[in-house]
Design a protein around this ligand. Structure first.
Ligand code: MLT
Length: 283
């Protein structure tokens, strides 16, 4: 695990592998550990760079992790700007030129919102986008209110109850019934997040804009991935997102809900490796 100063926040990042950079952006309220089970499969083809986003895991929230009133809030664009600073630092560290070196970006759920913000702001930095278990639309007013309420009320003692509420919706029935180790790992990941990070992410997601009109403008090769049993970003909604992106490939991961990298890591890694081979090597 390495520390990088990213603007005003200290980012905790681990990396492994060789080849082009594959930068990961995790979902909410998790940290980079949700990608841990797929890294050993992907590291022969990519330098996998796995940060904990601002405030989550081992990364600090920083002064810019707050809204003007001082309450924790990180907008998706802020996370995207952080990732841009981080990737250019790593590109330079490797002795590569930021002018000619492009990266792959894989964002899951909240990380998917971040990846769309990144693609909108810095399309020239991307060789490919992997959009997983996420949505393009903004929150409904009801959903935004629910998130703001969570941000106002969450404290350390409330996090186990939040995990209890979320886990049945995050994992597939098969994972819940047959993989107690995955359930336990997910619970551990949620329970180690700070209330400030949870509030910051919830408030940031509540104010994100609708990215649907932007989808047809994404010209880089994009893999749209999702668990077959994902209740939060169901397969038909991901089909529609893939249909709206000109150069998209769609893959569905069996026996997985919202978190395929934890639930079915081999199928998740295979989908990325197959996409890379068919999309980039066959030209
Ligand atoms: C996530 O996994 O990041 C969340 O489901 C995103 C959300 O709450 O919209």
């Amino acid at each position: 695990m390495k520390k990088y100063l990213v603007d005003d926040a200290e980012y905790s990042v681990w990396g492994r592998g060789v080849g082009p950079i594959l930068l990961f952006a995790h979902g909410f309220p998790f940290d980079g550990a949700i990608f841990e089970p797929v890294i050993s499969r992907l590291c022969s083809e990519f330098l996998c760079v796995v940060p904990d986003l601002r405030g989550f895991g081992g990364s600090s929230l920083g002064a810019n992790g707050h809204n003007p009133k001082g309450a924790p809030r990180v907008k998706m664009g802020r996370f995207a700007d952080d990732l841009a600073i981080l990737e250019s630092e790593i590109v330079c560290e490797r002795g590569d030129s930021p002018e000619t070196t492009k990266i792959f970006l894989c964002g899951l759920s909240m990380g998917g919102y971040v990846s769309l913000a990144f693609a909108r702001r810095r399309p020239e930095r991307l060789a490919g986008l992997i959009f997983c278990d996420s949505n393009a639309a903004a929150d409904s007013p009801e959903k935004a209110a629910e998130r703001n309420n969570l941000a106002e009320t969450i404290d350390r003692a409330g996090i186990p109850a939040l995990a209890d509420k979320m886990i049945p919706n995050l994992l597939s029935p098969k994972t819940l019934a047959e993989k107690p180790d995955v359930v336990a790992t997910l619970r551990e990941i949620i329970e180690r997040q700070s209330p400030e990070a949870i509030a910051a992410g919830a408030r940031g997601m509540a104010v994100r804009s609708d990215s649907t009109p932007f989808l047809p403008e994404i010209s880089i090769p994009t893999l749209v991935l999702g668990g077959a049993d994902d209740k939060l970003s169901p397969p038909d909604s991901l089909d529609a997102i893939a249909a709206a992106i000109p150069n998209a490939t769609r893959a569905t991961i069996p026996n997985a809900g919202h978190l395929p990298p934890l639930e079915n890591p081999d199928a998740f890694a295979d989908a990325i490796l197959n996409w890379r081979e068919t999309t980039f090597w066959s030209r």
